[in-house]
Design a protein around this ligand. Structure first.
Ligand SMILES: [Zn+2]
Length: 212
């Protein structure tokens, strides 16, 4: 199955401000009955990587074919991806709460120690975008840029700017670049609008109940 590199099949915008944060923002309406994990299988992780620009089309095609030929190995990488996502989210949570992050570093360090040296950088096609030039030889390659960018984020000053969307059905994590840390929503046009509509509806209903 071919995916267009431009006409992205991925249903969401990327709002995290870092590749590793977009990776963890991949559960839709968490904590509700409508919760949906967008990483349903290994191929979904490939689709995410293509849409996010961390894999190019040629690498995508190669890894997609490899996964079809080795479904058990692809499933192992998929499970590893879910574990990695949980570990990065736990660490961002600890940093946001100013908890001691030390106990959460071991799994990340272990994964980092297994990575090859980062490859050359390549122009990713879209203006202003640069990506790692992955070889397209191993099924776990989509996780490498996630780990490299997570390490870069966690040693940067941006750890002090980690914010979480305040919508009741969204827990997207983002880097808040506003001067006074005033970003409330992962995206105003989705979560911000939805939450405003919900609050207006609740206020109206409360007013009606008071009159009744
Ligand atoms: Zn949101």
């Amino acid at each position: 199955m071919k995916q267009s590199p431009t006409g992205s099949p991925w249903p969401h915008r990327f709002v995290g401000g870092a590749l590793c944060l977009d990776f963890i923002n991949s559960i839709d309406v968490p904590g509700t009955a409508r919760e949906q994990d967008l990483f349903v299988d290994y191929q979904a992780i490939l689709r995410w990587s293509l849409a996010r620009g961390s894999l190019n089309q040629a690498v995508y095609d190669r890894l997609a074919a490899m996964a079809l030929a080795s479904p058990a190995a692809a499933e192992t990488v998929w499970r590893e991806a879910l574990a990695l996502r949980a570990d990065i989210r736990a660490l961002t949570g600890a940093l946001r709460r100013a908890d001691n992050p030390a106990p959460l570093l071991s799994p990340l360090n272990e994964r980092l120690s297994r990575l090859p040296a980062a490859p050359a950088l390549r122009h990713a096609g879209k203006a202003g975008r640069i990506a790692f030039d992955l070889p397209g030889k191993r099924l776990d390659e989509p996780l490498w840029p996630v780990l490299w960018t997570a390490a870069a984020l966690f040693v940067s000053d941006d750890t002090e700017k980690l914010g979480e969307c305040q919508a009741s059905d969204c827990d997207a994590i983002f880097i808040d670049h506003t001067n006074n840390r005033s970003r409330i929503w992962c995206a105003t046009e989705t979560c911000g609008n939805r939450e405003r509509v919900r609050r207006a509806y609740q206020a109206k209903r409360a007013a009606r109940q008071k009159m009744a």
